[in-house]
Design a protein around this ligand. Structure first.
Ligand code: SF4
Length: 347
């Protein structure tokens, strides 16, 4: 499904039924170029497809240019309050910018930005955020935050559409799952543009991952959302990993290996958490996307419960059993585990 319209950033299609793109964000300030490039490389390896970088000051222009030139990923510059920064970012080779058309210094500044973006074929992302809704916006929507998020997006969209600029990605985010979901359902019904989806300020670790999975799961399962970023208080690579884990769980995209492991009841014959760690560390990087690997605590239910796994391991009274698609392919004692695992995982 996805949006009616699609846009291209750095040759990659967003929306219009293209795969749901996974975005990342540089958490390193642009001042520290070495760290930025290292983070960029790690994001690329994790499968990030568009990286956002904050561009808060004109004097960082050489760094932004170097980043855009050296990056193998398309870059989106995040601009606030100054249309000249937007022009500088476009001139520096960023294929996309995120702006608020309302704070580009008036109509003339915005028109300059639109004209530069148009001539360079750049994409503009606009959007609303629950934290920055004004009292007036909320009041005009009867304090319904989801409606106010939609109204705030439309307020930003009008000048772009009026100017005939439609290489646009739109977004409405809140830290509330129900508000974000409702706002995005409405936006998807009302506008043809690709939707960037995310739960903003979702929090750290498991809390942030669960919140993101709950909100994005509802939307993506209904075909709403063309590009996503998971927002976590933590490493940027973890955001990308979580985004792919959400897509894998929904059966939308299969990048990477799906690891299945049992919750370890009283029947367990093997230390499952430790084995999961060992299996993870042994997984070859070039395994086919979508390969499922199961780690189960016992042979009584394990192979049956994980019958669909491409490769699985279950504990037995004396050691373990290895199975492929539910069929036993090897058995061994605990001492043989490492060797046999390597044999089957590395080949
Ligand atoms: S696989 Fe075995 S140990 Fe794991 S939850 Fe199922 S029955 Fe329990």
């Amino acid at each position: 499904m996805g949006s009616v319209k699609s846009v291209r950033i750095g040759g990659l299609e967003f929306g219009g039924g293209a795969p749901v793109r996974v975005e990342g964000m540089l958490k390193t300030p642009l001042e520290d170029m070495d760290a930025c490039l290292a983070e960029l490389e790690a994001l690329g390896e994790a499968g990030c497809e568009l990286v956002r970088a904050a561009f808060p000051r004109e004097d960082l222009r050489p760094n932004l240019r170097a980043l855009a030139e050296k990056s193998s990923l398309p870059v989106m510059a995040d601009i606030h309050f100054n249309y000249k920064h937007a022009l500088a970012a476009l001139d520096s080779g960023c294929g996309s910018i995120r702006i608020n058309p309302g704070n580009m210094g008036g109509r003339d500044g915005l028109m300059e930005v639109l004209s530069a973006a148009k001539s360079l074929g750049a994409v503009i992302r606009i959007g609303s955020n629950g934290g920055s809704l004004s009292a007036k916006q909320l009041e005009s929507c009867g304090n319904d935050k989801a409606l106010a998020l939609v109204a705030a997006v439309e307020e930003q969209l009008i000048p772009l559409v009026d100017a005939g600029f439609d290489d646009v990605i739109i977004s409405a985010k809140s830290s509330s799952v129900p508000e974000t979901v409702r706002a995005n359902f409405l936006l998807a019904q009302r506008h043809p543009f690709p939707l960037h989806v995310g739960i903003t300020e979702a929090g750290p670790g498991i809390d942030g991952a669960v919140k993101s999975a709950a909100g994005l799961g509802i939307l993506l399962n209904q075909g709403i959302g063309d590009t996503m970023r998971v927002s976590l208080t933590g490493e940027s690579v973890a955001e990308v990993d979580t985004a792919y884990a959400i897509q894998r769980a929904l059966g939308i995209r299969q990048r990477g290996v799906e690891l299945i492991s049992c919750p370890c009841c009283g029947r367990r014959r093997i230390d499952v958490p430790e084995l999961v760690r060992r299996v993870k560390s042994l997984l070859p990087k070039d395994l086919r996307d979508g390969t499922t690997v199961a780690v189960m605590g016992c042979e009584v239910n394990g192979p049956k419960e994980a019958a669909a796994a491409d490769l699985g391991i279950a504990g037995t009274a004396n050691g373990f059993v290895l199975f492929k698609k539910g069929k036993t392919v090897a058995t061994g004692e605990a001492k043989d585990l490492e060797r046999i695992l390597e044999e089957f995982l590395i080949g």
